[in-house]
Design a binder for this molecule. Structure first.
Ligand SMILES: [Zn+2]
Length: 319
């Protein structure tokens, strides 16, 4: 057994990603690209700079053919015959840099992408709770007075159900989230979403306000999801897909059975890496903000997939 595994893993060392990639489709997911320091993302996302992102795209383009959402869906219906394995580029969270940094790069390279957004944050009406945590941690780190009533490490443990506590902590520390939202404008505006759509990019649903699904009841999971898809549909964005915020880990079959009663919905997306899901319309994406380049990430993902497959543990099972 060990010998087989060793032989297996050795194959990747030679690194023919196109051949060894185990699925027909590759789904990279990013959040942001920027050459600047973004305090709301400091402690939660290792976003890439422009050079790193362009290198990733060039790398991915060597092994895959980038497709649009329509081509992607047609591929699954057998109506689109690609030259190579396909890749659908995705972004989550609707950050402003998607319009100002990412879109110009993608337009130059002729690559399509979908951005999965949270309606609650459009126009910088509010900040996702993890971003608030990142700002609080910065404030604690920067404070000269070691007011250690609040420990950095405890901040990231505060979850979506207790997110209001973050507003209290911020007040104590003199952090003004509203001021930050106005000054920094972390998120895309509604008019940016519309202009991105006109340019041909997809804007789709990522839940209403980015909860961690396995902390919610089934009813709350469905409500948060359906509300976001409804908003997307009413505003003529891409309403036939949905990407889970954070992770779909722990989301049960009954959720999918309910959600896919909406027959317009084509696919939902998680981000568990290269994996097959027992829900065949739930596709797993590959997180690219790992601190490594695309080649390294893909090689590791492929090796891990093969290892899990060898153990018969490469399929996500749900209750
Ligand atoms: Zn997200």
């Amino acid at each position: 057994m060990k010998h087989k595994l060793m032989n297996f893993l050795a194959k990747f060392e030679k690194g023919n990603t196109e051949q060894s990639f185990p699925l027909d489709y590759c789904l990279p997911v990013y959040h942001c690209v920027s050459d600047e320091r973004l305090p709301h993302l400091d402690h939660i996302i290792r976003y890439k700079n422009v050079k790193q992102f362009e290198d990733d795209l060039d790398d991915l383009a060597k092994h895959f053919q980038f497709v649009t959402w329509d081509e992607f869906k047609d591929f699954f219906k057998g109506k689109f015959k690609p030259r190579k394995k396909i890749a659908l580029l995705t972004f989550d969270d609707g950050f402003r840099e998607f319009d100002e940094v990412v879109a110009p790069i993608l337009e130059r390279k002729g690559i399509y992408a979908i951005n999965f957004i949270n309606p609650a944050f459009i126009d910088n009406q509010d900040l996702m709770f993890r971003c608030k945590e990142s700002l609080i941690i910065n404030a604690i780190k920067n404070s000269a007075l070691k007011n250690r009533e609040i420990d950095e490490k405890d901040i990231l443990k505060i979850g979506y159900p207790d997110k209001n506590r973050l507003d209290d902590i911020a007040e104590k520390l003199g952090i003004d989230f509203n001021f930050y939202l106005k000054q920094q404008k972390p998120y895309l505006s509604f008019s940016q979403l519309q202009s991105l759509t006109k340019k041909g990019f997809g804007i789709s649903a990522h839940s209403w306000d980015h909860p961690l699904y396995h902390e919610l009841s089934l009813e709350d999971q469905l409500e948060n999801t359906v509300k976001s898809i409804k908003y997307i549909k009413e505003n003529d964005f891409l309403s036939d897909s949905f990407a889970f915020p954070f992770t779909d880990f722990g989301v049960e079959k009954v959720f999918f059975e309910n959600l896919f009663e909406n027959e317009q919905l084509s696919f939902t997306f998680g981000c568990a890496g290269i994996k097959v899901d027992c829900i065949n319309k739930n596709l797993q994406r590959i997180p690219m903000e790992t601190g490594e380049n695309a080649s390294e990430t893909l090689k590791k993902e492929i090796a891990y997939y093969q290892f899990k497959k060898f153990l018969n543990k490469n399929i996500i099972i749900r209750k």
